[in-house]
Write a protein that binds this ligand. Sequence first.
Ligand code: AFD
Ligand code: MN
Ligand code: MN
Length: 430
Amino acid sequence: MTALISEDLIGSLNAQASAAQEDDFGALARHLARRGIDIETVVTRAMAWSVAVPTWGVGTGGTRFARFPGPGEPRHIHDKLADCGVIQQLTRGTRTVSPHIPWDKVADWNALRQEAAQYGLGFDAVNSNTFQDQPDQPLTYKFGSLASADPATRAQAVEHNLECIEIGRALGAPALTVWIGDGTNFPGQQSLTAMFDRYLAAMEAIYAGLPDGMVLLLEHKMYEPAFYSTVISDWGSSLIAAQALGPKAKCLVDLGHHAPNVNIEQIVSRLIHVGKLAGFHFNDSKYGDDDLDAGSIDPFRLFLVFNELVDAEARGARDFAPAYMIDQSHNVTDPIESLMSSAMEIARAYVQASLVDRKALAEAQAANDALGAHRLLKAAFLTDVSPILAEARLRQGGAQDPITTYRASGYRGKVAKERPAVKGASSGIV
Ligand code: AFD
Ligand code: MN
Ligand code: MN
């Protein structure tokens, strides 16, 4: 295993923090014991938790207006894997990476799989890309891809997805995620019905190419780049498509891809009900698809989503095996720091949701004790589970404080010397 951050540094910083960690962990253990919760059970759950990091997340993102590159940005998938390796080495809760094709294309996928394994990483869902044109591409996606009015363009987009399936097979990835930008900017520009029909026919061809054990994740998004209509705009369209395609197709929920103020946890509950919840792209938002760091704006909403997930797990909901991924754009931070912080915030919400007294909650609900029920959720949400998260990292060889350790390591400064700065202005949402 390649150690990207010095194990000695991690060990010495952990040692400096160990007295405080023991003290805080002991206090939390006694507090939870009073509530009838065994802390060791919770630590075991925290240790088993993992969320996938998107390869595109370790590069600096941007807006439609500008991108301000940071020092030492990854130049290619090999640099991206190293950066993901750092995140995993320090947090121990990001065991897989989610690649984007063709951004991450290499000649030898088996070699890439070995390279990732050197950092203790495996691969999660492969993401296809038919929302932008590539230099060597015969037909443009300017007017759509899988739902294009042009049959040859649709065929090209299907072919790309079938190639992504083959790449996923070589990487040992469990899923293909399809998000398309197809839609319209003008009422009347296309038939809303015909576009959806064409999308479904194209997706059937992709679905037919799935090997056993690989699933198809449909990602909806309300708007952008198309601002009047998007083909798979909401969970309703996504669910209709997933049901039409078959059992291997499920609906992926990106937390930023909904109408403003929509009740996302209720959507999650509905998708669980029909056994069609594929998984998540975690991020946070205030206005739209802001792609801000998970837990930075509305940690209570993140907790409420996890409350539904932990509840589904506890009652053994059928076909329930969500894939957890981060999907963020880091414009003003060091992406490694943002991704470590987000991974920890997501794990926090999972652990907090694991503390809900579900028996007492069911009783309060049966008695129509609205405030009593709410207080049970709040009791879990307001518990500072930081010592549990730190303990889970420490027991797996990670850092007590990943961000402080990362800053002390000088990793960014070191890679900035090896990776030439990206020059010039460029825009682009990543
Ligand atoms: C998009 C979607 C989707 C896609 C990504 C590409 O969230 O996950 O892969 O951003 O940059 O908005
Ligand atoms: Mn997404
Ligand atoms: Mn998005």
